[in-house]
Ligand binder design. Structure first.
Ligand SMILES: Nc1ncnc2c1ncn2[C@@H]1O[C@H](COP(=O)(O)OP(=O)(O)OP(=O)(O)O)[C@@H](O)[C@H]1O
Ligand SMILES: [Mg+2]
Length: 238
């Protein structure tokens, strides 16, 4: 579904080059629920942004459904992304002059033939527990509420793949469970999910788990084996 081969991202800074992602491979198969954990600065957001075609790798190739995204025009990349991928940014990235429901509707502009509609936007805001704030502007929402609007926005076009960067980072435990249960239901209905989290307690939701260490994905068998969860405290597992 998404195939990344040998992808590297190097940022040039005044103090020299930073290799955020280092020669990494990842094949995401339909129906998977992948969770990536890793320390701050290990390259998780950079990896997700490359998988979604939001930034171009310095080296290596990303294919979405067999299409090499580097070779597509910007318009075509935007179209593929809008149709195929829902993206939840680590920092919600809402448009401040639009209401919550208007923000949720924004991706429909890039996907006019998709399932997005005002009633679907209302329904999604209800699913993330925010139906009472439909008409609120982002400046009047808490950061957890903004995150939930961003989650609803990522789902408006009915994406085949949901890529979510710490989608529950600002949420209390109960709301986190509600969002994770929503993701689990979407996954059971066929949505492929790739998410980054700092919370090892979410590992049981995954079908595959990776660690990210200094720009490289590591498939730690200990992490991947969700059945060991009950035996060990979270702090022992990462
Ligand atoms: N635009 C940029 N210019 C320069 N360096 C960058 C840029 N974006 C990211 N980096 C650097 O690349 C590395 C990886 O950053 P990234 O945001 O991918 O980490 P992360 O694993 O998502 O961290 P966190 O858990 O804190 O969100 C960091 O050292 C970061 O400072
Ligand atoms: Mg990040």
């Amino acid at each position: 579904m998404i195939e990344a081969t040998g992808i590297t991202k190097t940022f040039s800074t005044a103090k020299g080059d930073v290799r955020a992602v280092d020669n990494t491979d990842l094949t995401i198969n339909p129906g998977e629920f992948i969770i990536i954990l890793g320390r701050s600065g290990s390259g998780k957001s950079t990896l997700l942004a490359m998988l979604a075609g939001l930034i171009t790798p310095t080296a290596g190739v990303v294919r979405i459904r067999g299409q090499e995204i580097d070779h597509l025009s910007e318009d075509k990349t935007a179209e593929v992304r809008a149709k195929e991928i829902g993206f939840v940014f680590q920092f919600s990235g809402l448009i401040p002059t639009l209401t919550a429901v208007e923000n949720v509707m924004v991706p429909t502009l890039f996907c006019p033939d998709g399932p997005g509609s005002r009633s679907r936007a209302d329904e999604l805001l209800q699913k993330v527990g925010l139906s009472h704030r439909n008409d609120a502007y982002p400046g009047t929402l808490s950061s957890g509420e903004m995150k939930r609007v961003a989650i609803a926005r990522s789902l408006i076009n009915g994406p085949a793949i949901l890529i979510a960067d710490e989608p529950t980072g600002d949420l209390d435990v109960d709301t986190e469970i509600e969002i994770m249960n929503l993701f689990r239901d979407l996954n059971r209905e066929g949505t492929t999910i790739v998410m980054v989290t700092h919370n090892p307690d979410l590992i049981p939701y995954a079908s595959r788990v990776f660690g990210m260490v200094r720009g490289k994905l590591v498939a730690d068998p200990e992490l991947s084996c969700v059945n060991t969860r009950a035996d060990k405290p979270a702090s022992d597992r990462i």
